[in-house]
Each structure stands twice: as structure tokens, then as C-alpha cells.
Design a binder for this molecule. Structure first.
Ligand code: MRU
Length: 366
């Protein structure tokens, strides 16, 4: 998508040096636009852990390219398979909830363990990593196509008045490679001249909504309003929201969805007011091994500093200020699980299905 009218993806191989991965450092957005080089698996690990890149599809793509960078180093090692598996476990330990990470790493390991020649190992690692990048991009484009009719239908019912969409966190192109998941149908509708307006939850504590979703929608000219996380229920009660569109970090085979902390509360408010609540996700975010999201999905707990301090711009510098008293107990859960019963449907690259085992299996021919 566009930044200052120039097209960008979130991750790519450096044109002049394919042994270097380049990303937009998302910790600095929207105040600073900085492209940084990732040169080895340690750089990749830190980029994921410290959230220079974030969002399930992008985390998966970054990990895949991280495995490729490690293969460049170990390709002619006699202990290749062990080193490869260790690299995979290392990257998987960076963040636990987004299943795209393990999905990408395991696929890469699977495609490499029976290859003997070092040159071929490097070629296959690069091709497989780029396949993850390009698949994620195409999945999001298709999610946009399948989600668009949901917005069109509401727009027709409202005789062309703006369709009010509530979204939580950033499930936009900055969380993917391009297009986004929850944002993909929104961009398509806007580009088709359908009036839309997006309520964006700020999404404490790291404010992915206020800082990233508002930034990317603004760059594309999509009307939006940032709200505090607790305002969504009130807006839903007062018919100011026509549909809720969010992303997913891990969806179980029965349709339970883990997403940014606070998503569950929006689902409850939508359910209580009969407002459609859709989750947009690529198949790489589905964990077919799990059948109970509440008991089986690992929920990340991050540093309490993310809650105790707030980042913002003072003059031209990004500064951090303490917002909580000293010496108090703080907890920082990164995700929650919305049970399938509260979800109207899943928007995937293959189409829309109910958040239930049978519909999902049918759609993905499982
Ligand atoms: O902690 P983050 O910023 O990685 O959390 C991101 C989310 O919860 C997104 O909604 C999710 O990854 C889907 S991204 C298409």
C-alpha cells in the first residue's frame, strides 16, 4: 500500500544484496518512517520480539526469511538438520500466540531436511521463504475480494450513506505484506467509491490502532476516527457501528479466535446488539490441531513497562513517559480469545464460512 504516495510492502529482500532482509521499523510509526536491515537470525528474532514487525502474517513471513538467512550460514554444515531445527525453535520462542510463526518455520524445515547439496539448500530456502511472503500477499488480496460484498450489501441497505466499521488493533497491510486482512475489503470498497468510515480502537497498551491503522487508512484517504478502547460498546449500542471487522493471530479448527486483547469485549458488545462481527484471516492463521481456544491457545504476556509507560512525540523526538505510580502491580496480556459462538463469520482467501468445524473443513476441503 502507499506511504506518501509511494508503494511499499512491509518486508522484502534488499535489491542490491539478497542476503539482507529489509523492513519498515513499525515501532517508530507514524512519527518516523525508517527502513532497517536484518542481516542474520538474531536480527530477525529481535525484530519479532521487540515488535519492529508485528501482526500474524508478517511475523510468519519474517520468520521464514529468518530461516533463509540462517541457511545461508549453515548450508554446508555436516550438522545441517540439527542446526536448522535449533534455528526454528529459537525463532518460535520470540512470540507464542500468532500461529503463522510456527506454520512458516515448520514448512521451511520440512522443505529442506532431505536436501543434501548446500547450493540447493540455499535456493530452496530462499524460494520457500519468498513463497510465504507472496502467499500472504495474495491471501490478503483474496480476503479483500471475498469481504467486499459484506460492505456493499450494508451500503445498499443504507442507500449509499457511509458504512461504519469498527476495527481493533492493526490488521492492516502493516500487519501483513500488503492489503491487510480486516482492512482489505475496506480499501477495496473505498477505491470502488463506496462510502465507508472506520472507528479505530486505539488498542492499548502499544496503540497499534491509533498509531498504525489510523496512519495507513489516512495515507489511503479512508475516513476514520480513533476512539478509546472502551468506547466501542457505547457506539454499538447507539447504532453508530454497522459491522465489526478484526483480524486473528490464531484460529482453532472449531472457530475460536485469538486476537489482540480487547477483541472479545467487542464481540460481546456486537453480539448483545446483533451487529455482525467478522474475523478476516488467511489460512496460515488457522491451527487445525486445536479445538478449544480458551484452553489451548498460548496467550503472550509482555513486559509491564508497555503498560506503565506511554510513548509519544515531543517536538521531533519520540519520548516515553511514565503514566502509572511507582511500585504497583501491573499485568500485560497481549491477546484474548473470542469463542466461535460470538463470531458471525470468517473471511478467508477461500471465501467466507461460519466459525464452526464443519463449515471450515468444507471450505478448506479438510
Ligand atoms: O501484538 P501484535 O501487534 O502483533 O497483534 C496483532 C494483532 O492482534 C492482529 O490483529 C493480528 O495479528 C492479525 S494481523 C492481520
Amino acid at each position: 500500500m502507499r506511504i506518501n504516495n509511494k508503494h511499499y510492502q512491509t518486508i522484502w529482500l534488499k535489491p542490491e544484496d539478497s542476503a539482507v532482509v529489509q523492513i519498515i521499523d513499525q515501532r517508530l510509526l507514524p512519527f518516523e518512517f525508517k527502513i532497517i536491515d536484518l542481516k542474520n537470525i538474531e536480527d530477525i528474532f529481535v525484530a519479532i520480539k521487540d515488535m519492529k514487525v508485528r501482526g500474524a502474517p508478517l511475523i510468519g513471513a519474517t520468520a521464514a526469511l529468518g530461516m533463509y538467512l540462517e541457511v545461508l550460514k549453515i548450508a554446508d554444515s555436516a550438522d545441517f538438520v540439527n542446526l536448522l531445527r535449533n534455528a526454528g525453535e529459537y525463532l518460535k520462542s520470540s512470540r507464542p500466540t500468532a500461529v503463522n510463526l510456527a506454520f512458516a518455520v515448520d514448512n521451511l524445515i520440512h522443505s529442506l531436511i532431505n536436501i543434501e547439496q548446500s547450493e540447493k539448500r540455499i535456493l530452496v530456502a530462499r524460494d520457500q521463504a519468498m513463497l510465504v511472503v507472496n502467499n500472504e500477499k495474495e491471501y490478503c488480496r483474496q480476503i479483500g475480494e471475498h469481504g467486499l460484498p459484506l460492505i456493499e450489501e450494508i451500503s445498499m441497505k443504507k442507500n449509499g450513506l457511509p458504512v461504519n466499521i469498527l476495527t481493533h488493533c492493526n490488521a492492516g497491510w502493516l500487519a501483513c505484506i500488503d492489503y491487510g486482512t480486516a482492512t482489505a475489503p475496506i480499501y477495496l470498497a473505498h477505491d470502488k467509491g463506496i462510502k465507508v468510515h472506520v472507528w479505530i480502537d486505539e488498542t492499548r497498551p502499544r496503540n497499534q490502532g491509533a498509531r498504525l491503522t489510523a496512519f495507513e487508512l489516512g495515507q489511503h484517504g479512508v475516513p476514520h476516527t480513533v476512539i478509546v478502547d472502551n468506547a466501542g460498546g457505547h457506539l454499538i449500542q447507539h447504532d453508530r457501528v454497522d459491522i465489526v471487522l478484526v483480524g486473528s493471530d490464531r484460529t482453532t479448527a472449531n472457530g475460536d479466535v485469538a486476537n489482540k486483547i480487547g477483541t472479545y469485549l467487542k464481540a460481546l458488545a456486537a453480539h448483545d446488539n446483533n451487529i455482525p462481527f467478522y474475523v478476516a484471516l488467511p489460512s496460515s492463521s488457522i491451527d487445525w490441531n486445536l479445538t478449544n481456544g480458551l484452553t489451548q491457545i498460548p496467550i503472550e504476556e509482555r513486559s509491564t513497562d508497555e503498560v506503565s509507560y506511554m510513548e509519544g512525540k515531543i517536538g521531533s523526538r519520540i519520548e516515553r513517559v511514565q503514566i502509572l505510580p511507582d511500585n504497583i502491580h501491573v499485568a500485560n496480556y497481549g491477546f484474548d480469545v473470542t469463542p466461535a459462538r460470538l463470531i458471525t463469520g470468517l473471511i478467508t482467501e477461500k471465501g467466507i464460512c461460519k466459525a464452526e468445524a464443519l463449515s471450515m473443513k468444507k471450505l478448506f476441503k479438510k
